[in-house]
Design a protein around this ligand. Structure first.
Ligand SMILES: [Zn+2]
Length: 166
């Protein structure tokens, strides 16, 4: 399984934390992999770059403090992983009308997939039709996005109001 989670990511400060978390992901694979495969898919940076102009897509950054000093994907919402579960109702209110939610953290190995799964489980349990059709995770996360030269916004707004920024 290791190769699946290691392929193209550029590690920065978040590396140690994410490496430890990788162990958690590996232990969960048996029963949860099926669940995740059914409801959550991955999207690459180039795919997201072309899709994110659509009005029906929302990017959800679940990094914690790093967002404030590392910049962020323009137009992204911020729901820190620490408090994600309790903020799900607020998130659903904020993304009304969106069909696709793309989650990411620094590397999208631990916090991003975990929050995406928490949302998928929440929707499954609530049976509420909120119009969300796709729950996705950005491959390699923010660090991969930034390392390949894609636009990073450094504004201090939450949510970010920029639609495109260099
Ligand atoms: Zn911004």
């Amino acid at each position: 399984m290791k190769a699946v989670f290691k392929f193209c990511c550029t590690s920065k400060d978040g590396e140690e934390k994410e490496e430890k978390g990788e162990e958690i992901v590996k232990k969960k694979t048996t029963e949860e992999e099926k669940e995740m495969a059914r409801t959550i898919s991955f999207i690459t940076g180039p795919q997201l770059l072309s899709l994110k102009r659509l009005p029906t897509i929302a990017v959800v950054d679940v990094r914690d403090d790093e967002r404030s000093y590392d910049g962020h994907i323009s137009g992204s919402l911020h729901y820190a992983s620490d408090t994600f579960s309790q903020d799900i109702p607020k998130l659903l209110h904020e993304v009304k009308g969106k069909e696709t939610l793309v989650f990411h953290c620094a590397l999208s190995q631990v916090r991003g997939p975990s929050c995406a799964r928490r949302l998928a489980n929440y929707l499954e349990e609530s049976k509420e039709d909120v119009g969300i059709k796709n729950i996705m995770v950005l491959e390699c996360g923010f660090n991969g996005w930034e390392a390949s030269g894609r636009p990073v916004c450094r504004c201090a707004n939450a949510p970010c109001k920029e639609s495109e920024s260099a």
